[in-house]
Design a protein around this ligand. Sequence first.
Ligand code: 5GP
Length: 178
Amino acid sequence: MSEFTQPNLRVLLSAEQIRVRIQELGRQITEEYAGKSLLLVGVLKGAIPFTADLLRAIDLPVQLDFIAVSSYGASTKSSGEVRILKDLDASLKGLHVLVVEDIVDTGLTLTYLLDNFRRREAESVRVAALLDKPERRIKEVAVDYVGFPIPNEFVVGYGLDYAERYRNLPYVAVLNPE
Ligand code: 5GP
């Protein structure tokens, strides 16, 4: 059966809904960062599709970088410990940084990244997240640009995986047990 029509997937956000919302976010970011040196930092791997689409929806000179992080594992999750697997290529000094995340859940990853980036002398650090699960927050963290608030369900697609699968779906779906 095609990856796109599986019975264990329930579409939450269609490819068209995602496209329209990213155009809106792009326009807003274009207005708010006019005249500033903007750097998008995509958080690997889940934010790849969102970063690629948001980048093209911003009508300004913009630089691009990526960071890969991993949390130390479920048992220590509440500690908020995060490991950098791949660091940024260049300095943040003097740049207005927009961190691009796939989803903000507990907020632990984002809290770590924001603290880390603010120590690197960026002019400003803000966040764009395609999805936000506010119910699950452990650490309060301000998300400046939210694509869609969603309920507390495990989602896949449009970059988000389950055991490295489903990242290539063009939509976001709730994954139900088989
Ligand atoms: P946080 O530190 O906010 O709890 O974690 C954010 C990360 O957890 C996301 O970047 C993502 O990798 C993962 N995550 C959180 N919720 C979901 C979900 O519903 N589906 C998937 N596939 N990953 C999630």
